[in-house]
Each structure stands twice: as C-alpha cells, then as structure tokens.
Ligand binder design. Structure first.
Ligand code: SF4
Length: 222
C-alpha cells in the first residue's frame, strides 16, 4: 500500500470503467451487475479486452440481466467477442442472467446482502462456468464479503517470496485468510495490490526485481 496506494477496485462505468481509489461503497444494483459481468468476461483474458466487451454491451444498450437474457446468443457473442472464447462467455453470461432473474427476482443487491458468504459462494460455484476465482471475485467486489481472491499473480508472488509451494485453491485462500484481518476492505486492496505488483514487477518470465517494493523480503530476488 505504501508503494502503490489504494487501487480503487473494482473499476465500473461500462463505457469506460474507472478505478475509484479509497472508495469502498455502497455500490448500485447496476454496478453490482457490471462487476459480475466483468468477472465472468475476464476469465483467461486481459482486462483491456474486457473493457472493450463492456463498452460494446453499453453501446448496444445491453447492460442489464433482463436485456442480456433476451439478447440473441449470436448477437451477444459478437458484443463480447473481444473478451475471447466469446461463444462460451456469452453463454455463461446469459446463463448467469437467466439464473438471477429466475431464482433471485429480488435483485442482486438484496440477494448478496442477505446471503452469508459461504452460501453465496456455493451458489455461485454451482453455476456453469463460474469457478473459485470468479465466485470469490464476485463475492468480494460485488457483494462485499470477506473472502480472499486467489489468482495466478498471488500464487507466483507468494511462491517467489517463499511463503508456500504448490497448494490447492482452498489452501491458498486459507493461508491468506489466516494471516490477514478478516474484512472486505483489506482483502479488496490486498488482492488488487498483488495484481499491480505482478503486472509491474513480478512478471512471469523476467521479474523486475530492481525497484520491487518487496525486494528486501524476497527469496528469489534476481
Ligand atoms: S523481488 Fe523480484 S521475484 Fe521477488 S517479488 Fe519482487 S519482482 Fe518478484
């Protein structure tokens, strides 16, 4: 945090998602839905590609569960094409929208605020195409539940620092949750800061160790 400052996740604004450093909610129904859509679309692709898909959905006035649910599959696929695996992702997005309209007509905000974290996580995981990282991203950034998100940046940095070897997703999550205060604001920033560090310094092939804020504590500093 001292090196990078608050990250302002999750960026929202369909046409041009913006990061809001220091803002921790509350967020609107439409922003909650946008975060869910972004979390589904960002699987296996860069955020830049997701931004293009979100902007295309916005340009086509297709930014609600109701509108996505009735959007023809081919058209939805074209709108989210930039996010890659677009037929699959269009199907997942449509499936998510269909589910929430059918099972949670009270809306995302009411559903999320009423559901305990593990119940919400389990329900999200039961949906096609939503794995642990996506479910935890939605639970943390859209629902404000204190569950730590694990991704490839988190694993790589932690392994290079010497904190752990090969662990399951759940064990990684348990490791972080056992060592951090259990609140959503901390988890929000911590995950976002790890992504920032992974992108700017702890790169996959050639880490830029000179200038890395964690250099002094790293077992693998080059
Ligand atoms: S010092 Fe190098 S290997 Fe260690 S965390 Fe920083 S960038 Fe990664």
């Amino acid at each position: 945090m001292a090196a990078f400052g608050p990250q302002g996740w999750w960026p929202v604004g369909w046409n041009k998602p913006l990061y809001r450093p220091g803002f921790y909610g509350p967020i609107s129904e439409n922003e909650i839905f946008e975060i869910c859509a972004g979390a589904i679309l960002t699987q296996n692709t860069s955020w830049k590609n997701v931004e293009k898909a979100l902007a295309a959905l916005h340009a086509a006035d297709t930014t609600s569960p109701e509108k996505i649910n009735v959007c023809p599959a081919g058209k939805l696929g074209r709108l989210v094409r930039s996010s890659g695996y677009y037929r699959q992702k269009a199907g997942r997005l449509k499936g998510f929208c269909c589910y929430i309209l059918r099972k949670h007509p009270e809306g995302l905000k009411k559903w999320f605020s009423a559901a305990p974290r593990q119940t919400l996580r389990g329900e999200l995981l039961s949906l096609k195409g939503i794995g642990p990282e996506t479910a935890d991203s939605i639970a943390l950034y859209a629902a404000g539940k204190a569950g730590f998100v694990i991704d490839s940046y988190t694993k790589r940095i932690s392994q290079r620092l010497g904190f752990a070897g090969e662990l399951s997703y759940e064990d990684w999550q348990a490791l972080f949750e056992a060592n951090l205060p259990p609140n959503a604001g901390t988890y929000n920033e911590y995950h976002a800061l790890l992504v920032k560090l992974g992108k700017e310094f702890c790169k996959k092939r050639k880490p830029l160790c000179n200038g890395c804020p964690l250099g002094k504590m790293c077992n693998n500093k080059k």
